[in-house]
Ligand binder design. Sequence first.
Ligand code: NAI
Length: 338
Amino acid sequence: MLRNVARRQFSSTAFNPYKVTVLGAGGGIGQPLSLLLKLNHKVTDLRLFDLKGAKGVAADLSHIPTNSTVTGFTPESKESQAELAAALKDTEVVLIPAGVPRKPGMTRDDLFSINAGIVRDLATAVAKNAPNAAILVISNPVNSTVPIVAEVLKQNGVYNPKKLFGVTTLDVIRASRFISEIRNTDPTTERVSVVGGHSGITILPLISQTKHKSQIQGETLDKLVHRIQFGGDEVVQAKNGAGSATLSMAHAGARFANSVLAGLEGERDVIEPTFVDSPLYKDEGIDFFASPVTLGPQGVEKIHGIGQLSDKEEEMLAKCKETLKKSIEKGQSFITSN
Ligand code: NAI
């Protein structure tokens, strides 16, 4: 057992030297996400940036005996960009959980007025300091913040659609968990494709494509779909003003980051649903869409279609597209018309 651990650590230090930066690392998601990244042997240089608290989190994590260095960066003054630039310099993967979370009664769209500006400014810094990095956007509303990042990168002449991802993994893990509760199965083996976007009715779980399609019907199906779409509200209400999902989101973000790193280092057949610049519905004016994506050395290797849908799912897809289009345009025009 001990020998296996030692061998694994040796081989990962030798072959997987990735620099990873977390922007918003002092927050509810940022802290546990940084912990999980510290435990990931693919990461050797972990940089944590936040307006507050990043140095403390970094000092704390730096005592964990894994093969990475951890450095915290906090701006010396409101205007200073030097720390952000240093946190980003030549990094390979950037995760962005910076921004405000929801309180009870809020939708993800209600966060736009604050988070849009935060994400714009951070994306500008990424464009300048790490133009080749894979960017994983967690800050909500993802349906708008991902288009914001794309427009900022375009304005800076460094947009690479293969390296920009909206993290929708939380919807995917919720779907596995909730379906296993209904069917009394092992959640770790449940696979549910969740496509569309990351907010309310734009979250489209394709239950008809699971092995449980004949057992989950009628009211059970409606309730399951609703729970996957609005599962975040359960957490927001239970936390009662203290924020939204942080721990399950950290797990989801770390899982997605690990898949991106696995793709970068050449592992085959790494597939994750994610919200990307997608050809699937571009002819309908929808520039971004979440569907299963094969991840590879250049980032996105292949965007898969969403397969056969039931009649009900087709109806949901039509509504999803309508809402998604507006959210994407809202993000795009935040940059192009300002
Ligand atoms: P939080 O408030 O606990 O942490 C946010 C952190 O961002 C704070 O430490 C804050 O200082 C930092 N921050 C704010 N502006 C910054 C800037 N300009 N540069 C660097 N850091 C900055 O919030 P929490 O719970 O961690 O949520 C963060 C975001 O993630 C929210 O927008 C939330 O809606 C979103 N989220 C996304 C999910 C997804 O599935 N994609 C799931 C859950 C939350």
